[in-house]
Design a binder for this molecule. Sequence first.
Ligand code: GDP
Ligand code: MG
Length: 432
Amino acid sequence: MAFESLTTKLQDTFQKMRGKSHLTEKNIEDALNEIRIALLEADVNLKVINELLDHVKKEAMGERVVRGVDPSEMFVKIVYDKLVEILGSETSDLEFKRKPGVMMMVGLQGSGKTTSIAKIANHLKSKENKQVLLVAADLARPAAVDQLKVLGNQIGVDVYHQPNQDPVKLVKGALKEAKDYDVVLIDTAGRLQIDDVLMKQVADIQKVSKPDEVLLSVDAMSGQDVIHVAEGFSKHLSITGLVATKFDGDARGGSILSVRHLTGVPVKFVGVGENVEDLDMFHPDRVASRILGMGDVVSLVEKAQEKMDLEAAEKSAERMMRGEFTLEDMLVQLKQVSKMGPLSGIMKMLPGQMGQMAGQIDDLEAEANLKKTEAIISSMTPEERQNPDIIRGRRRNRIANGAGVSNTDVNRLLNQYKKMEKQMRTISRMFK
Ligand SMILES: Nc1nc2c(ncn2[C@@H]2O[C@H](COP(=O)(O)OP(=O)(O)O)[C@@H](O)[C@H]2O)c(=O)[nH]1
Ligand SMILES: [Mg+2]
């Protein structure tokens, strides 16, 4: 199974760090070196490895202390968070915007297109109760149509096929007859390599069918080649998602770890066997947890962090009741908002109506920029956070550079802070 050896090696590394009351630069360097080797052996792309390790090093050296959490546990959490980000953060489901929704499946020959399309049809039918039509538009090999017919029969889904037609015409014909279906899934021909004829054909099918989803099936066992294949197809088609097939046979798994990050295309499904049920949705958090084999530690750290955030929120609420509102408070509040929505979190800690009114303050825009806001506030000195009026000219440039944002971003944040601070003061006066 994929990631087995990677997981064992990473656990060894984490084990060595355990129990240390603090981590030195040397400890961190040693661990990072071991992680680098483990990732290289798992066939993870070098660019991705470097980005992961640079980030982990920076975070691990500057990590704030969380009570009740061992530094080695914090370290695992930092690696985990970055892994989730590299894997794409959110689970991406199929999105069909009309009826019937249209999806086409593309990929090299033997990469698992036909098998995957049947798996997806089965998933849509049995889990989402959808009426599905499969379209056999791979006319390059006579056996391909039969293969789809057999699979369609097996899962109880209709298959549209026509002998002796050109694939583009066939797709047009299929769509004319698809009015009563919820989704139409088009299987296409593949070749051993990306070539112009194949690309023209799939591009033409895309043009006539205007699919909501264009999924590319990539064979996980072909390792780093997956990235080239994805890039090759992306030049001619707008790929909306990847299906990583034969994950069950891929002991290393590194390509899956890299492909999302390098191509920007989310992995939507993972094929884990030859049967129609052998399809998993791709959940970045679960995959990261499985790679690290440290799900317990991750949730422990998350709980401790939440507790700290809660304490910070309580302190912040006390200050707000006194009409005080600092940049730190703003950050605490935004974090709460992003987690639970405006009226919960910190607002709940303010008494009755005051909480309600404070919750109406417009912070949605700021929520979208939470990462930026965090970076900007972190780049300020404690003095600047207490007294933002001193932030001008060179200080502002320094903060913008430090946070990797523009001066305009810093100004926008400061203006927004001023507005919120004024509102807080007004509200607190009303309730005195
Ligand atoms: N073990 C395993 N085999 C798979 C998986 N997906 C496809 N296959 C096998 O790979 C071969 C090629 O698949 P097929 O769907 O015909 O590829 P296509 O040419 O792209 O349509 C078949 O033997 C499939 O059974 C998978 O997730 N795991
Ligand atoms: Mg096929």
